[in-house]
Design a protein around this ligand. Structure first.
Ligand SMILES: O=P(O)(O)OC[C@H]1O[C@H](O)[C@H](O)[C@@H](O)[C@@H]1O
Length: 510
């Protein structure tokens, strides 16, 4: 139960499966027409049926020169053109040729975005920190409450700061509010409006809204409606990544993802990394009743990976109706959670070892650096492997009893403690090892999880590419905001909400 591809090695032997379980799961994938659905996605069919869109993040990592026709256009040419513009712009900033309004080179890049326009680039920039340009510091601002942005602006020099306003729709309240605030700050610290062109660029599919905001179309990098927000780091949304690691390394990130795409499309299910991980996930959720899935990376630079995977998986497959609108009769996306495994061990791993619920775990480690005896990464690696071993093997009452007896403990205390110190074991986990944390391998890792999510969506029969579930809260937020600002009730709300609005108004009036 091991499989290897694109610099990634997976040991899935610690799951509660055997060869028979696996063969039934592969049959399930065949019955769900996984191969046909995969071809439909890669070839640009409008598989996002509720939004009538193709789903082509995989096209973003195909080599230039290939042909993929969508609506009569070769989208690979469009992709290559934007990718080259991003590369030229990033090179100008990195070399110091692109200068701020007072003639100095850029030192700080601030990506203002949220959701897919934040999590992917932020996670990748963090993961590839070792490859960062020595002069450029990357910052990511998403929260609309102003605290994050104000604190950052106090540190920044307006003459050497570059803002990337990243928003697919360019209508997102949080992003536009922060962008306006940053714009006012820049104008306060510069001579006139012409400074905007030196310090603001936009990444969006909405050219009209970008122009209305006051960003020169020459400073806008576009993408297309067939790139979902949570799948967009490969597009111009990855501009902050190109700035940090340079275009050549960004190309390596794309190449790693493309290698995983090729593996996913060509390997038999029995040797297919995303297919195996997806089917084991379905086994855990729908047959072992696991309602969550822990992501436990053991490399410091992967600490944003769980947050990225939360959006990828939960926004994609957190659905309760199938493509045809009928109700799902099994569970779909589990809750994805986690942070650095080494920190989790000293916090919530207690529950994983002895709690009442089954929580499957993806342990993610990096081999490079572990080989040296003196290196502290060996300690992290040992802990990761040991946790997986402990979770699977557990510890019996007899072992616990013998251990306590050897310390000379009295019999009554031994008997009282046994049930508290027993580990049931049989707790499932995957062990995913990266040869090294470089752009290529990271690209493959992200694409692996994207396809894992896709396969699960196909088996559940849901549309993994819409996100209607985020709309209602946005609509109501606009109404609540109106009501907070007005002295009278403009809209009807339930009693609880009305009381909260009244409480806010009283506080604001003091
Ligand atoms: O890129 P934007 O249009 O600003 O959208 C940012 C994010 O907000 C939305 O609410 C969606 O749920 C996300 O999928 C999206 O990534």
């Amino acid at each position: 139960m091991q499989v290897e591809a694109c610099g990634l090695f997976l040991d899935y032997s610690k799951n509660r499966i055997n060869a028979h379980t696996l063969s039934l799961l592969f049959t399930l994938a065949r019955e769900a027409k996984l191969s046909e659905r995969t071809t439909a996605m890669f070839e640009g069919e409008r598989i996002n049926t509720t939004e009538q869109r193709a789903v082509l993040h995989t096209a973003l990592r195909r080599p230039s020169g290939e042909v993929l026709m969508v609506d009569g256009r070769n989208v690979i040419d469009d992709i290559t053109e934007v990718r080259e513009r991003c590369a030229r712009f990033a090179e100008a900033v990195r070399s110091g040729e692109w200068r701020g309004h007072d003639g100095r080179a850029i030192t700080d890049v601030v990506n203002i975005g949220i959701g897919g326009s934040d999590l992917g680039p932020a996670m990748v920039c963090e993961a590839l920190k070792s490859f960062a340009h020595p002069r450029l510091r990357l910052h990511f601002v998403s929260n609309v409450d102003g605290i994050e942005l104000e604190a950052l602006l106090r540190e920044l020099d307006a003459g050497t700061s570059l803002f990337i306003i990243a928003s697919k729709t360019f209508t997102t309240q949080e992003t536009l509010t922060n962008a306006q605030r940053a714009r006012r700050w820049l104008l306060k610290h510069s001579a006139d409006e012409t400074a905007i062109a030196r310090h603001f660029v936009a990444v969006s599919t909405n050219a009209g809204a970008v122009a209305r905001f006051g960003i020169d179309p020459a400073n806008m990098f576009g993408f297309w409606d067939w790139v979902g927000g949570r799948y967009s780091l490969w597009s111009a949304i990855g501009l902050s990544i190109v700035l940090q690691i340079g275009a050549t390394r960004f190309d390596a990130l794309l190449a790693g993802a493309h290698a995983m795409d090729t593996h996913f499309r060509s390997a038999a299910f029995e040797h297919n990394l995303p297919v195996i991980m997806a089917l084991i996930g379905i086994w855990n959720v729908d047959f072992l009743d696991a309602s969550s899935q822990l992501i436990a990376p053991y490399h410091q630079h992967l600490h944003r990976l769980p947050a990225f995977l939360q959006q990828l998986d939960m926004e994609s497959n957190g659905k309760s109706v199938r493509l045809d609108g009928s109700a799902l009769t099994c569970h779909s996306s589990p809750a994805i959670w986690g942070e650095l495994g080494i920190n989790g061990q000293h916090a919530y791993f207690q529950m994983l070892h002895q709690g009442t619920q089954c929580v499957p775990i993806d342990f993610i480690g990096v081999m490079e650096g572990c080989a040296s005896l003196a290196h502290p990464r060996r300690i992290a690696f040992a802990n990761m492997v040991a946790q997986a071993e402990a979770l699977m093997c557990g510890k019996t009452a007899a072992e616990v009893e013998a251990e306590m007896r050897a310390t000379g403990m009295d019999e009554a205390r031994i008997q009282a403690l046994i049930p508290h110190r027993v580990f049931a074991g049989n707790r499932p986990s995957n062990m995913l090892l990266l040869e090294r944390l470089d752009p290529f391998t990271l690209g493959a890792l992200i694409a692996l999880y994207e396809h894992r999510t896709f396969v699960q969506g196909v088996v559940w029969g849901v549309n993994s590419f819409d996100q209607w579930g985020v709309e209602l809260g946005k609509q109501l937020a606009a109404r609540v905001l109106d009501d907070l600002l007005s002295p009278a009730d403009l809209h009807a709300h339930d009693a609880s909400t009305t009381a909260l609005i009244a409480r806010y108004r009283r506080a604001a009036a003091q």
